[in-house]
Design a binder for this molecule. Structure first.
Ligand code: DGJ
Length: 729
């Protein structure tokens, strides 16, 4: 068997080409230096057929592990590629044609992809073909050895003379010959995104995905396959992160022979993607990682990958401005003077940027009108946008602006002029979400029209930041720009249109900081992070619920990508009252900011805000670049949530804990601190702003801190939070 190995520093990935040209997946795991085809077994399996040219009843694709299984070639498990001729000819039979190695990491035109220096990555291309069906598939692999990451995508080309239709085109397939696994996936809802679900896989299949047009609040396109025994600190686990912000599907299945298959890629339901002769489709990229060292180590690989090889632009490496957003302070009810007042108060406390949220344009005084009319409402602002921006700049603050380019209100000049720009099915009342319709971003002229309007606004003033929102799921996918309707093609092209919009924005405004948002974290995926180095993590700003949301998000995404703000109490979403120190502790495990009317807080709280800003700046290097450790799973392990950041060399750490419940005469919780040097000694100093009761500790051994930790104060009061600076002596 011809072996095609891919090696990273600690992992090996192997494929094998059989003498008939079938591309098998042999192995993905800890680094090995032998051919792994010895794992394959061949038996005559009933009801598992044999390829037509293979005169061997023990050779069946239904039982062998495959690299990119196609439909109709004898494997009855879930395919990665399902293709048919426009005349109804089913399936294809892909065989190996050739492969080659290239220096550097491939890019995918129009789609987000991991990038790396030419010397830090290599690309493998494996070409498979079925000339009879007119299908050629180039499997691309990007190998980043130092990061222990392998990326994948597939380019499917129609090499025949007739149209073919893709019913499914996955990005990745991983087959496991043996072993028992859990699937960890991340579900949720608006206001409660990315809750980890750990499910033991057994015979049958577990499917997941989104058909909402975005990656969604409900199901994130990041999954982990883990040994049953894998914990935060040990055990085999494989991650797959799909760099895509639209409809997707994933499946984890255990077959009749207890083999496991994990697939992730474009959503197959309604995919129906035609390819004319000569046309091709590149699937979104999937970034895979494996570690034998548990879930924390896996998360840290993704944190490094996304921080340095997905996020782009000036703000990838520098501290983001501490901002104040007016949304929860005013909602739609503001004037230019009110915005400047909010900025003035914030500037006095050390906040660095004012973000003007929804409501500054068109006739947008509530969420029923105005979307699509990207013209400044000067009557509301009391003058041109530039005046407000200049007044904010005069306070020493930068200025940011909210937009929602993909949407249109029926009550808007844009809709009145171009009703065909919205997704609506002829003769049917469209489904409304937040009283708005979705613009057909699969049409370049629609993207152009919206982009030009928005660029004209940005060009009016000194705007340094854009918050790009998206506030509904997509329905009525009917494109007036296409003669034939193909749901899957339109939806994929819609996502390409969104990426095109974003690429134009960052090209025209290279120093602009863009924050992604979709009703909070409804489009929090590695694809968006290629364009927006931070994403508003959730519309839920309640500190206690945010702990869970940020905890779940941290499995696949770095801390510095999570927009997190201190908001008012009682919290607007839950009504909960938490101390301002707790709200700040939680928001500091993210890109820190404020979202409340600071003129309404007490003088004591204003002092606290000044200290919080200083604290965030002091520990930014650890928060952004340190290793992040989940210590206690909020609400599950204990009634204490805890996490810490540690420098890569273990020289310092920032440890935080929040009490989630309070009891009379309760037990003491001990919280460890990870990522330290076992035989070093550390001093622990409570960080200013911590709740009462935090003690300082001197000369504690790293081993003791990592194994037993320190006792949390037992004091009355709800939702207390404490942080310690942990410094090696
Ligand atoms: C949803 C966002 O997540 C909020 O932060 C805010 O920007 C509103 N949209 C504005 O409509």
């Amino acid at each position: 068997m011809k072996i095609i190995p891919l090696d990273t520093k600690h992992t090996t990935y192997q494929m094998g080409v059989t003498e008939q040209g079938f591309l098998l997946h042999l192995y993905y795991g800890s680094k090995v230096d032998c051919d792994m085809d010895y794992l394959l077994t061949y038996y005559d399996r009933g009801f598992s057929g044999n390829p037509g040219d293979v005169d061997d009843r023990t050779f069946s694709l239904d039982a062998l592990p495959q690299e990119y299984p196609s439909c109709g070639a004898g494997d009855f498990r879930s395919p990665s590629l399902a293709v048919r001729g426009a005349d109804g000819t089913p399936g294809c039979d892909l065989r190996y044609k050739t492969h080659r190695w290239l220096d550097g990491k491939y890019a995918i035109p129009g789609l987000p992809a991991v990038y790396a220096d030419q010397t830090a990555a290599r690309t493998l291309e494996v070409v498979l073909a079925d000339p009879g069906a007119g299908v050629e598939v180039t499997l691309k692999y990007g190998v980043l050895p130092e990061l222990d990451v392998i990326t994948r995508c597939a380019v499917i080309k129609n090499t025949g003379s007739r149209e073919i239709i893709l019913d499914k085109a996955a990005s990745v397939n991983l087959d496991f010959l043996c072993g028992g696994y859990d699937l960890i996936h991340f579900t949720g809802r608006h206001g409660m995104e990315r809750m980890p679900q750990r499910v033991k896989l057994g015979p049958g299949s577990l499917t997941l995905g989104s058909r909402r047009g975005t990656s969604s609040h409900q199901q994130n396109p990041f999954v982990i396959l883990a040994d049953h025994s894998a914990t935060e600190d040990a055990g085999a686990c494989w991650g797959i992160s799909l760099l895509y912000s639209g409809n997707f599907s994933g499946e984890a299945a255990v077959d009749q022979f207890s083999q496991t298959r994990l697939t992730l890629g474009l959503r197959e339901w309604g995919f129906d993607y035609p390819l004319a002769p000569g046309e091709s489709l590149a699937t979104p990229e999937a970034a895979m990682a494996y570690t034998a060292e548990g879930l924390t180590a896996l998360s840290q690989i993704y944190h490094r990958l996304i921080r340095r090889h997905v996020c782009r632009g000036k703000y990838r490496d520098i501290r983001r401005p501490i901002l104040i957003n007016n949304w929860e302070a005013t909602y739609f009810d503001f004037t230019g003077d009110k915005i400047v007042d909010i900025a003035r108060q914030a500037a006095e406390l050390g906040v660095e940027m004012l973000v003007l949220d929804d409501g500054w344009f068109g006739r947008r005084d509530d969420d029923c009108a105005g979307l699509g009319d990207w013209k400044v409402n000067e009557a509301k602002l009391g003058g041109p946008l530039k005046d407000v921006v200049d007044r904010v700049n005069d306070l020493g603050m930068a200025f940011g602006l909210w937009i929602e380019p993909e949407m249109v209100s029926e009550d808007s000049d844009l809709y009145r002029a171009h009703p065909d720009w919205a997704f609506t099915v002829p003769g049917r009342q469209p489904v409304r979400g937040r009283s708005q319709l979705v613009l057909d971003f699969s049409r370049p002229e629609v993207v152009d029209g919206v982009f030009n309007q928005i660029a004209a606004v940005i060009d009016q003033a000194n705007i340094k930041y854009i918050k790009m929102d998206m506030n509904r799921s997509i329905t009525d996918v009917y494109s007036n720009g296409q003669a034939r309707q193909h749901y899957g093609k339109t939806m994929h092209r819609y996502v390409l249109g969104v990426y095109d919009f974003l690429e134009r924005l960052i090209t025209r405004y290279p120093d602009m900081l863009i924050e992604g948002c979709s009703g909070g974290g409804g489009r929090f995926d590695a694809g968006m992070l290629y364009y927006t180095p931070q994403i508003w993590c959730s519309d839920n700003t309640d500190a206690i619920e945010r702990i869970r949301i940020q905890h779940g998000t941290s499995f696949g995404y770095p801390i510095q990508t999570m927009g997190a703000h201190v908001s008012a109490v009682p919290n607007h979403q839950t009504g909960r009252i938490t101390p301002i120190g707790t709200r700040a502790t939680v928001a500091m495990a993210g890109t820190f900011g404020y979202e409340l009317d600071l003129s309404l807080i007490t003088e004591e709280e204003k002092e606290a805000v000044k200290n919080q800003i200083a604290t965030y700046k002091r520990y930014w290097h650890l928060i952004a670049d340190g290793r992040y450790y989940r210590l206690h799973e909020p609400g599950r392990d204990t009634e204490m949530a805890a996490w810490n950041f540690a420098a890569a060399d273990g020289s310092e750490a920032l440890l935080s804990a929040v009490s989630l419940d309070t009891h009379c005469n309760g037990p003491v919780t001990y919280v460890p601190c990870k990522g330290l040097v076992p035989d070093a000694r550390y001093d622990l100093t409570p960080v200013e702003g911590s709740a009462p009761g935090a003690k300082a500790y001197k000369k504690i051994s790293g081993a003791a801190l990592m194994e037993t930790g320190i006792p949390m104060p037992l004091i009355p009061g709800e939702y207390n939070a404490w942080s310690w600076a942990v410094v090696r002596r």
